[in-house]
Design a protein around this ligand. Sequence first.
Ligand SMILES: [Zn+2]
Length: 470
Amino acid sequence: MTTLLKRLLALLGLFGVAVGADGAEPPALVIRGASVFTGDAFAPSAAVVVVDGRILAIVPPGGAVTVPPGAIEVDGSQRFLLPGFIDGHAHVSHLLPQAGVTVEEILPHYLANGITTLRAAGDTLDVQQRVQRYSEDHPERAPRLVMASPLFDKQPPYHAGVSLGITDPAQVPPFVEEMAAAGVWTFKIYVGMDRRIGSTIIREAHRHGRWATAHLRKYHPLDAMEDGIDSLEHIESVFNFLTPPEVPEWLLRDERTHMSVMAVEGLRRKILEEQIKTDYSHPRATELIDALVRNRVAVNPTLVVYRSWMLLSDTPEVREHPDLQRTPRRLLDYWLSIADGAGASPETQELRRKQFAKLQELTGLLYRSGVELMVGTDAPFPFCPPGFSFHQEMELMVASGIPPAAVLVAATKHNARAINLSSEIGEIAPGRRADLVLLDANPLEDIRNTRRIAAVVRGGLLCDPVSLLR
Ligand SMILES: [Zn+2]
């Protein structure tokens, strides 16, 4: 494929290109002796050969390795090779301007952590287009980006800067058409949307061959599934619909402006006390989980944003997490300023811990029931450091009872399906784009070993995680 054609396709957002900084393909690569992830185990190899940014061959042990001219050789012995990670829920324009941080500053944090692709989950189009251009020009510093629509929400929207407030279904088709033409893949329905408009968004996204996802509150997941939704963002898009109907509904920020701090805290406590009693064996839960499996609707739990921001931002395990030392100072200061203003009451901390345990229990149950899970972070929400929080999310999923191999499949193969790149990335196989992570230790023995990154390969380009963070 010519570089021109690939640049054109990249502009359309169909897939990013990994070319050298001068526009040429990176040199060939031979990774010798690595154990290669197969989806449930690691298989030994003599070499993995990469040419023109793609995997040319996986040479079995004892096989003859043909080294392409000019190839860079990497020692993979005693090391573990995985497909490049895909952060299945990240924001590139949301919250960063408030913190005075540019997206270019944080992109290397993703790549250094083995994340070679970002699935945007609600951002402005202009910033995403800028990131795509930057990523194309600097594949050695940035993951590729698959663009998302802004959040389709009620009017006025919940997150004003990254949303489209819609009041009439007739407004939807031109927006979807324009964004699909600009290369947006993921169309996201947000919390204020009801079924009347939400179903139009799904229909229009599908009419353009795109993916519809949702963070649900007003729109019931069974209705959204009947209307054809492809995935659900955040475990609460399932959890909130399993609690008994008599549990009071949590109010959105603009719905509680008239309430006193005491009244808001009282409501929060009441909801927590009821929600932690949620019975996952109730027919309500069985019906919803069965529908998720039957419709192959992927669920992206984003446990890390619940632990680190929504529920336990005042706890030492969050405030003193070692990953925060690697977060740009201005971003951390911004997080601290809004977290301290949010005023989580110490009296509800135990309840909030129980609530988080309930979310983890549900995540494990979804896995055991056969729901396809994704791995996403919601970075840069407070205390979810870009890149590093991806490992935290995988750790939280394993702690929820999901085997490490299944979490790694979710982090790669499942996330690739959600961005329509299954035939390109997400698995190590001949012909696939060479997005790879080489680890110094086996992540199946301890998921925390995904942090022990020896090298990252982004479209065939070898990247050094240490210098990326400098
Ligand atoms: Zn989000």
